[in-house]
Ligand binder design. Structure first.
Ligand code: V47
Length: 719
């Protein structure tokens, strides 16, 4: 059947099409028809839903044994921009993600010459240890085949060990194009198509879900694309287990196939539509927004895609290094706007396409810094208490075996006797019994309404968090004891001018103009000025994102002297180098410095990414304002205190009441913003109201801009 009308009728009837028919559609069907047919198929597969998830990628290294023609990510060991994360660094990265709302970590990287199966398992274990409730989707079949072959075990045994380590599903990478001749040209060292398929087949047979991909838009023919899809469909028929197919558009920057150029958006849409129509046994088609950009992704939803992947949080470089989206990060609101704009309903999913339900309360809790800090404390406590817990568990186990069983039996016989007496009373006095029952029901109803109201409105359950900046931690503890909250020292810094034990920061933060309430008994986390100027390790933060680097620096008790921005071909907001006292720090430097030492960071930016917006600083304490500026890619200019500041302690309590550059102004990365601080509450209060209005106007403008689908939208900062 090679007539467009016949083929489209067959598609509409829900019938499977052949490879030849797919080729006819691909070549001859008008774009609108492909959109219509694919959307019909999409609707019967997933209705009105379009899925997204909250995820991050972890790319432990870009050092790779293989040297594929299309790859812009791969580096050799010793190259200046090669990176490598140790197990400790991997775990530290995962720890940073505790308390966030991600549901998946996608691990994939170069095939490192020194990594063996144990190492790959250890990486998963480290991530799972830090994030036990998050799904690890790990390693392409290419990496898996390599590690398994080197280990000399069967695919099943290798997968069993990975699964035991915590791998729950397998991403779809490494498939590229199955055609043997072409595979030999573009990725000759990678495992063959048959080997790739064998890994996925074995995974499916073991109940491990996987994804599949196709790298298209380079030098392949349409016949080779269809052949690729056909092999995937065949495997899915024989051993179902693919959750999603992801057509990956080839990006041409920075690799040896650049001359091939990139395919058109029309080709992208046709590819997505044919995939949806042809792969009738694969439940989901993913339009990976990191590869397509926002506008094409939105259109892809009208050509059969029902998944756009996730929030990413600027954690993958495979695409940015090849010319895809530069700093891939998307908020849930942005993902949802994209789906709604295409006329579908956004649905958050987990790695297995289960719908993630989040209560409003839980979302609020996850968003609050307080919760993040609390989670961190739980981690520390977990580690300290592991042995203690084991002991307690053993004792409890013994107790349960010896005492609990007879006790339960006694309780149940008592219960039965009581129940019988009630039934006898009911039979003898039915009217009285009913009156009593109505009474009990009424009382229960009243209690229920009262408890419900109390919970819903949190009646009487809130206490105001005091501003403790500048206070001594012991004084704060006394106050906490009388006001029913707890003080936890989370961190220490060192300031020669301040007495030891002075509180310099607190979470939740509060100020003269921002009241925060918490439930009684909650913890307030404080950072204090250390009693002694201890030495700390200076972490090596080059090759990390700026945000990761800032986190690590602050956790080490160090500060930032300056961010020096430098143009870069491939990345924005990555730390290129770091200096202490003008001396460059190298990975092997093992430098220790007095707590509070400032580190200078050389940070990258790509052409076109020079501008950032000035965040709101009014209402923040100095350290908070500094953090906010650095996070936004800016530097702290002059710090000017007004007359209300009398001494060093009041300096610590001071709040920004004016910022020299207004909220939302577009400035050059690395620019300085001068801050004006005061302790005068009335002044702060009135300036704060002005700032709130400015911020609202700015957010309104951004919201409007976001609703306009444009690939060029800037999401550099979240105020
Ligand atoms: O296998 C590499 C591709 C893949 C380029 O399973 C390139 O949910 C375009 O597989 N231009 C890795 N593509 C990424 C991947 C993936 C991504 C998102 C989600 C999932 C999933 C899987 O990236 C590689 C290769 O096919 N790739 N270089 C390039 N220059």
């Amino acid at each position: 059947m090679f007539n467009i009308n016949d083929i489209s009728d067959a598609v509409r009837r829900g019938e499977r099409i052949t490879a030849e028919e797919a080729l006819v559609l691909w070549r001859e069907a008008p774009l609108w028809l492909l959109g219509e047919l694919a959307t019909e198929r999409k609707r019967s597969a997933s209705g009105q839903s379009v899925y997204y998830n909250r995820n991050v990628h972890l790319e432990p290294t870009n050092i790779c044994l293989f040297n594929c023609e299309f790859c812009s990510f791969r580096r050799r060991e010793g190259d200046a921009d090669a990176w490598y994360m140790t197990l400790d660094q991997i775990e530290a990265r995962a720890m940073e993600l505790r308390g966030t709302d991600i549901t998946e970590v996608h691990i994939v990287g170069g095939v490192h010459p020194k990594h063996d199966l144990d190492m790959y398992c250890a990486m998963i274990r480290r991530v799972k240890r830090a994030l036990p409730n998050v799904t690890v989707k790990a390693y392409t079949a290419v990496e898996i085949f390599y590690m398994i072959r080197n280990e000399g075990v069967s695919i099943v045994e290798g997968l069993r060990r990975l699964k035991e380590a915590g791998m729950e599903c397998i991403p779809g990478g490494g498939a590229e194009i199955f055609d043997a001749a072409l595979r030999k040209k573009i990725c000759p060292e990678k495992c063959s198509a048959e080997e790739w398929l064998a890994v996925h087949r074995a995974a499916h047979n073991m109940g491990i879900a996987t994804n599949c991909t196709m790298l298209y838009g380079h030098i392949e023919t349409l016949e080779q694309r269809v052949d690729h899809l056909e092999r995937l469909r065949k495997l899915q028929d024989e051993a179902p287990g693919f959750d999603a197919f992801i057509p990956l558009k080839y990006h041409s920057r920075g690799n040896r196939m650049s001359e091939a150029g990139e395919c058109s958006v029309e080709d992208d849409l046709r590819t997505i539509a044919i995939s949806r129509i042809f792969l009738d046994n694969i439940p989901h088609i993913k339009a990976y927004w990191v590869s397509y950009g926002r506008a094409t992704t939105e259109m892809a939803l009208m050509f059969g895609a029902d998944d756009i992947d996730g929030t990413i949080g600027d954690t993958t470089k495979i695409y940015s290094m090849a010319g895809g989206v530069a700093r891939p990060t998307m908020g849930v609101d942005e993902l949802e706007v994209m789906v709604v704009s295409a006329g579908f309903s956004p649905v958050e999913r987990d790695s297995h396409y289960n719908v993630v339900e989040r209560s409003a309360e839980r979302v609020e809790e996850l968003r609050s810094e307080e919760y993040v800090a609390e989670e961190q404390e739980v981690v520390d406590a977990d580690e300290e208490c592991v042995e203690e817990h084991q002991e307690v568990e053993e004792i409890m186990q013994k107790k349960t075996n010896t005492i609990a069983a007879p006790k339960r039996r006694r309780a149940s016989t008592k219960k039965e006797g009581f129940f019988r007496r009630i039934m006898n009373f009911y039979k003898r006095y039915p009217i009285i019994s009913h009156i009593i029952l109505i009474g009990i029901f009424g009382v229960l109803l009243l209690v229920g309404v009262y408890v419900g109201l109390k919970r819903g409105t949190r009646l009487g359950a809130a206490i105001e968090v005091p501003n403790m900046l500048g206070m001594n931690v012991e004084e704060a503890r006394d106050m906490a004891a009388s006001e029913d909250f707890r003080i936890i020292v989370r961190d220490s810094v060192f300031d020669v001018d301040l007495p030891g034990g002075t509180i310099v920061d607190q979470l939740p933060r509060t100020s003269a103009v921002r009241n925060v309430t918490v439930k009684p008994g909650r913890k307030i986390y404080v950072t204090i000025n250390a009693y002694n100027r201890r030495m700390v390790d200076v972490p090596f933060v080059a090759k990390q994102t700026l945000r990761q680097a800032l986190n690590q620096i602050s956790r080490s008790g160090l500060g930032v002297a300056k961010l020096v921005y430098e143009p870069d071909m491939t990345s924005t907001d990555y730390v290129l180098r770091q200096y202490v006292d003008g001396k460059e720090i190298m990975p092997y430097s093992s430098l220790r410095a007095p707590i509070g030492t400032d580190v200078t960071l050389a940070v990258s930016y790509q052409q076109g990414q020079e501008q950032v917006y000035v965040p709101r600083l009014v209402g923040l304490a100095l350290q908070q304002a500094k953090n906010s500026l650095w996070d936004s890619g800016l530097n702290v200019g002059k710090v000017v205190y007004d007359d209300s500041i009398e001494d060093i302690v009041s300096q610590r309590k001071a709040v920004v009441y004016r910022q020299a550059t207004a909220i939302g102004t577009s400035v050059h990365r690395g620019d300085e913003v001068t801050l004006y601080l005061s302790c005068d509450e009335r002044l702060i209060d009135s300036m704060n109201r002005v700032a709130t209005r400015e911020l609202r106007d700015f957010e309104e403008q951004r919201r409007k801009a976001l609703l306009e689908p444009a690939d060029s939208l800037t999401t550099d900062i979240i105020l």
